[in-house]
Design a protein around this ligand. Structure first.
Ligand SMILES: Nc1ncnc2c1ncn2[C@@H]1O[C@H](COP(=O)(O)OP(=O)(O)OP(=O)(O)O)[C@@H](O)[C@H]1O
Ligand SMILES: [Mg+2]
Length: 250
């Protein structure tokens, strides 16, 4: 077991997850430090999305423990875990396609303001508006605030999703394949944008595109058949023979 330090934000300790007879995650250990961008890579079906679903509490773990900010969150509901400072984006887009950019951000912001005192309505709406505008600026989509979401490019939609997730000021942000469905050129544009938007943010990034991973990650964990096969810096992972065999098909 890895010892937690003040710097540690997330610990996945000997976690397993089975779906019936299938062992999707097998005694996995993962320790993520505050401020790092950790990439989680591996072939299709390796268990990457499952790992995110375990961390966010969407699936109950079969065995093991998950600690977030030094507290056991293994049995907490997704709602409770999210309120402790965890946000995520999905592998499939989760925007309201028929609403505008502004409305999408506004809807997300106001849904998170439900704990404010309902008697101070005017300041509440002022607050929601200001937060919405701040997020518009962060995403760089101000000029498209009135656009219907489905008319944005796919890359812009992913940026918008990230902006919305960041709106909760999460301590840890989980991104599931932000470049899925993008061309290489669009992916690189998204990466540049992510670099400016996400500076200093602690992130677990699930990503297939090795080019994107090498550009962004501080540290990489490779999943293979539900097991953490190897971990290391982008440079060491790129040269690792096992990784080349199982993941890069070389
Ligand atoms: N809800 C579920 N019920 C049953 N099996 C599941 C469920 N979710 C995932 N699995 C199985 O668990 C394994 C890991 O799936 P997972 O979606 O985590 O892989 P992944 O690494 O995210 O793959 P991809 O790169 O294709 O997104 C797969 O064999 C998958 O079929
Ligand atoms: Mg997946």
């Amino acid at each position: 077991m890895t010892a937690a330090t003040v710097e540690t934000i997330l610990q996945v300790l000997e976690v397993s997850k089975s779906f019936g007879g299938l062992l999707a995650i097998n005694r996995a250990n993962l320790t993520v430090k505050k401020g790092e961008l950790r990439a989680l890579i591996g072939p299709n079906g390796a268990g990457k999305t499952t790992m995110l679903n375990l961390i966010t509490g969407i699936y109950p773990v079969s065995k093991g423990q998950i600690r977030f900010k030094n507290q056991d969150v293994t049995r907490l509901s997704p709602d409770k875990i999210s309120h402790r400072g965890l946000a995520r984006t999905m592998q499939i887009t989760s925007l309201f396609a028929g609403l505008t950019v502004y409305e999408n951000i506004w809807a997300a912001v106001q849904s998170r303001k439900k704990f404010l005192n309902p008697f101070i309505k005017a300041s509440r709406w002022q607050d929601v508006r200001e937060k919405t505008e701040a997020l518009l600026e962060l995403t760089g989509l101000q000029d498209k605030a009135d656009w219907i979401c489905s008319s944005l490019s796919y890359g812009e939609q992913r940026i918008l999703e990230m902006g919305i997730a960041l709106g909760t000021e999460p301590d840890l942000l989980l991104l599931d394949e932000p470049t899925a469905g993008l061309s290489t050129q669009e992916s690189m544009a998204l990466v540049m944008k992510m670099r400016t938007m996400l500076t200093g943010q602690t992130i677990i990034l699930v990503e297939h595109d090795m080019g994107v991973v090498m550009q962004l990650a501080d540290y990489i964990s490779v999943l293979h058949y539900g097991e953490i096969l190897v971990e290391g810096t982008p440079e060491t992972i790129k040269e690792n023979e096992e990784v080349k065999k199982v993941y890069l098909g070389q």
